[in-house]
Design a protein around this ligand. Structure first.
Ligand SMILES: Cc1ncc(COP(=O)(O)O)c(C=O)c1O
Length: 401
């Protein structure tokens, strides 16, 4: 039997590099892994404010099927948390519990787009957006995000891509893979552009609580969107350090009911997978009511220290342009390929892996504007980061033309 066409077209760069990494490991080499955005793999611990309520949820027999949309207490906790923390104005009936943000993204594509519709996504983006667009046969248009402009979107470029077939416009701030936090002005401009069309903003706010620098602030798109519809996502994978929980949520801001139909469709779709995990929703509801200061400031302090080391080392390397990430745990340096022997970012990443045993992800896997770039995580220890940067520097020095 042949693989389905939609599956055959689909690829996922972040995980594709692993096949070559396995070959290198099989030859007996130890790899410094800078490829995956999972803090737990690097020794970070899920905070007690999540793990304790999970024990309680089990004891209390929260092991039944929840409502498909989500436990009411979970959705209420999400609404309270988002309203309080981000100044949005949502109610529990506009919240859906999902198996991670990933499921929210997939359901949005299913409920909002038909084959041939347009979606507009960042030129360098989290690959789930383009992956889902491919699977659901939507046409992708990429907006410009370049290192010289801090990877911030350009609303005029987005305007030039919009048309009557545009259904969704994705914004992702703080951003994976670039670490940039979009200024409020930029988000406002995007809202204005989208408001001129019958389209919906999708705001992926997965890293909202991981801003590393004083003076920077996460702005929830829904807070400033006024009458423009916004679907926002968040979850427990990053800020709450529990990626394996697979728990997240989507919420809708749509004061004029412009996307009532597809949103109801999304709710209907939740029934096909019965529900998101019930004990985790119960524990998540409890966690959202807690003060995060028991672990979050320390997590941010550690990330800042690691970010600073990796950034400072990269900034000194000739032939690399690097933006200092403002949030999350990714950095996206860009190579001046003319100075080196590699043809492209993919060749470079595989060379770094095979010759120096450092695993990163090639930039073009994150979209056309990612060409010549590569993504690394700064989650490992300072020692490992320093070691990896030494190896990278050695490779650059022997690969100059
Ligand atoms: C921007 C962004 N959105 C969504 C996800 C997926 O999150 P989840 O684990 O909640 O499915 C990730 C994971 O890396 C991400 O970086």
């Amino acid at each position: 039997m042949k693989i389905s066409e939609r599956t055959e077209k689909f690829s996922y760069a972040i995980r594709d590099v692993l096949t070559v990494a396995a070959e290198v490991e099989a030859q007996g080499h130890e790899i410094i892994k800078l490829n995956i955005g999972d803090p737990i793999k690097y020794g970070f611990k899920t905070p007690k404010l999540l793990t304790e309520p999970l024990k309680y949820a089990e004891e209390e027999n929260y092991n039944f099927y929840a409502n498909s949309q989500g436990l009411l207490e979970y959705r209420e906790a999400v609404a309270l948390y988002e309203n309080g923390k981000h100044g949005v104005n949502i109610t529990a009936d506009k919240v859906v519990a999902t198996a991670g943000v990933s499921e929210g993204i997939q359901m949005t594509f299913m409920a909002f787009t038909n084959p041939g519709d347009n979606v507009i996504i960042p030129g360098i983006h989290y690959p789930s957006y383009s992956g889902n667009a491919t699977i659901f046969d939507t046409k992708i248009q990429y907006y410009k995000t370049v290192v010289q402009e801090n990877f911030y979107p350009d609303a005029d470029h987005i305007r030039s891509l919009m048309n009557d077939k545009t259904k969704l416009v994705f914004v992702n701030s703080p951003n994976n893979p670039t670490g940039s936090v979009y200024p409020e002005k930029v988000i406002k401009e995007i809202i204005d552009v989208v408001g001129e069309y019958d389209a919906c903003i999708v705001s992926d706010e997965t890293y909202d609580g991981l801003i590393l620098d004083e003076g920077l602030k996460h702005i929830a798109t829904a807070k400033i969107a006024k009458d423009v519809p916004v679907i926002a996502y968040n979850g427990f994978s990053k800020v709450f350090l529990a990626p394996g929980w697979r728990l997240g949520y989507a919420y809708l801001h749509d004061p004029e009911n412009k996307v009532e139909g597809p949103w109801e469709g999304l709710n209907k779709l939740t029934r096909i997978r019965l529900c998101a995990s019930t004990p985790l929703q119960k524990a998540g509801a409890e966690a959202l009511k807690q003060d995060l200061s028991s672990y979050l400031p320390e997590t941010i302090r550690i990330l800042r220290e690691r970010r600073d080391l990796m950034y400072n080392r990269l900034a000194e390397m000739e032939g690399i342009t690097v933006f200092k990430p403002e949030a999350a745990f990714y950095i996206f340096p860009v190579l001046d390929m003319k100075q080196f022997t590699w043809k492209n970012d993919k060749e470079f990443v595989f060379d770094l892996l095979r010759k120096k045993h450092v695993l990163s992800v090639f930039g073009s896997g994150f979209g056309p504007y990612g060409e010549n770039g590569f993504r690394m995580v700064y989650l490992p220890t300072l020692q490992q980061i320093d070691d990896a940067m030494n190896r990278l520097e050695e490779l650059l020095n022997v690969s100059r033309i």
